[in-house]
Write a protein that binds this ligand. Structure first.
Ligand code: 5GP
Ligand code: MN
Length: 318
């Protein structure tokens, strides 16, 4: 069904219970969108949505409402209204899909090019740099508190790689500017949640760069983190954030690939491209998805199988 802004807010106003969830392995935009929207609803409608996230990376714990996020998915009465943010399909919503199935009304707010429109009402804008940017445009600026602004700003910062990726537009900058007017400390969010790395994160970044391999005449760079390394360092998903971005800016590279072994012969794939290759298209072929310049998938096989399958697809596009 087509999304209607006025109906959306009327539905929120009429709902007794509201649930909000984002995608599995939540990133900055996912967390910022969920907490920003929850905060806006709390401040302007006097109701307290329950936010479900699979995990809450420690760097985001200062956000308003983060302390109330449920990282488990307990069974509950059906929600009157359930909103999925930054998530384009059933598989990516993970266990929160159970709430969606039972909810009386469902909404999806997302910006992934591969979004399937899987809920009752879908607002999908692939041209938006972040889901948090879309959420801002739904809100009345006068109703945005500092806590809400911090969450939305954080979402935009993370999905644009600090206003650097090609998805960053004039609108992105204008929304970010408007959010700054609500008292957001940009350096706290940019340095504190994006650039700051733990010693462990720096060590694994260094290792991935050192062990990276160039292929297809230096147009593809690839690095892998296997189970042994993950266990040795005790790495969580958040510990490898940013590595792919450093790989991508290698001179001459068009596509960067980072793979992390989840279980034996099952790999979490991250891909980034610069100007030519549509990585969402490639990841979709292997059951994943994402954006044209940033996408992911889960693939099985040996490290060599995964890299061969991916580079064969990249070669077709180069
Ligand atoms: P990342 O490499 O940071 O994990 O993901 C890059 C982008 O692709 C993110 O916007 C993320 O939401 C999306 N993405 C990553 N993995 C998958 C996947 O398995 N399926 C879909 N549909 N999108 C994914
Ligand atoms: Mn996003």
């Amino acid at each position: 069904m087509a999304f209607d802004k006025q109906t959306f807010w009327e539905d929120i106003s009429a709902a007794g219970t509201i649930g909000i969830a984002g995608h599995i392995r939540p990133d900055g935009d996912c967390v910022g969108s969920a907490l920003g929207l929850a905060c806006y609803i709390r401040d302007n409608f006097g109701k307290d949505p329950i936010v479900f996230l699979e995990d809450l990376p420690a760097a985001f714990a200062f956000l308003e409402g983060a302390d109330k996020v449920l990282t488990g998915f307990p069974s509950s009465e059906p929600f009157d209204l359930f909103i999925a943010v930054d998530c384009g399909d059933e598989g990516r919503l993970g266990k929160a899909m159970n709430y969606v199935k039972e909810a009386r009304k469902t909404y999806c707010i997302d910006h992934h090019a591969t979004s399937t429109g899987f809920l009752e009402n879908n607002l999908v804008k692939p041209e938006a740099a972040a889901t948090a940017q879309i959420i801002y445009t739904l809100c009345d600026d006068k109703g945005i508190s500092k806590g809400c602004a911090e969450a939305l700003y954080l979402g935009i910062v993370h999905d644009t790689g600090v206003f650097k990726h090609s998805c960053t537009t004039r609108e992105t900058m204008e929304v970010a500017g408007a959010l700054l007017d609500h008292g957001v400390s940009s350096s706290r969010i940019i340095d504190g949640t994006f650039f700051e790395k733990t010693y462990l994160q720096n060590q694994i970044l260094g290792r991935c760069l050192m062990e990276s391999i160039l292929c297809l005449d230096g147009r593809v760079i690839f690095s892998a983190i296997d189970r042994k390394t993950i266990n040795f360092y005790g790495l969580g998903p958040a510990d490898t954030e940013g590595i792919i971005d450093q790989l991508r800016v290698t001179k001459g590279v068009e596509v960067a690939i980072l793979i992390r072994e989840l279980t034996p012969r099952s790999w979490r794939v991250s891909m980034r491209s610069c100007e030519i290759v549509d990585v969402a298209k490639i990841c979709t072929l292997f059951g994943g998805g994402g954006h044209v310049r940033a996408a992911g998938a889960t693939m099985s096989g040996s490290r060599r199988d995964v890299i061969n399958n991916l580079t064969a697809e990249i070669e077709k596009q180069l």
